[in-house]
Design a protein around this ligand. Structure first.
Ligand code: HEM
Length: 138
């Protein structure tokens, strides 16, 4: 299960649909010489963190093994499920659901892409015309 978990994290890192998390300051916050006034709304653009080459060398390469080498999941910059008191409560359920789907899909079926579908990477990962695949029993 640890490799499946690594595949899920790497997929979320490269192609999550959650580009960031929102917060609002409840008091003035000083950070690295800057003051964020009370009441400001903040958008933490986690997509940028996920592509940071200092945190994830060769960030555009799909490399699930990077999650096994170090415990990246416990790092402060791991924010695919948000963080702090508002951390996604469905994190583990979501991972189990994806893992169960992947297990059945990979072990029971084979698939191929059909047609030259367009995939956009920015501002978010999406397939505007849908991602068409042909699936058959293995
Ligand atoms: C891959 C799957 C999922 C991803 C990537 C994801 C991601 C996120 C993110 C980024 C947040 C914002 C956290 C923050 O502001 O710090 C969030 C919040 C939340 N998620 Fe998920 N989520 C996933 C699955 C689920 C599932 C399966 C459930 C419920 C069954 C769920 C329920 C929630 C709820 C209720 C919140 C709001 C928490 C709050 O504001 O206190 N999520 N999720």
């Amino acid at each position: 299960m640890s490799f499946t978990r690594a595949v899920i994290f790497e997929t979320l890192r490269i192609a999550t649909v959650v580009n960031g998390v929102l917060r609002k300051t409840t008091q003035d916050v000083e950070m690295k010489g800057f003051v964020i006034p009370k009441g400001w709304r903040i958008y933490v653009y986690t997509r940028e963190i996920n592509y940071d080459p200092f945190l994830y060398p060769e960030p555009l390469t799909f490399n699930p093994w990077r999650w096994l080498e170090k415990n990246l999941e416990s790092h402060q910059h791991f924010m695919m499920f948000g963080g702090g008191g508002r951390l996604c409560p469905g994190k583990e359920l979501g991972i189990v659901e994806i893992a169960a789907f992947l297990h059945h899909f990979v072990t029971r079926y084979r698939w191929e892409e059909v047609g030259g579908d367009k995939i956009l990477k920015f501002p978010r990962v999406e397939a505007p015309n849908g991602l068409h695949i042909r699936v058959w029993d293995h």
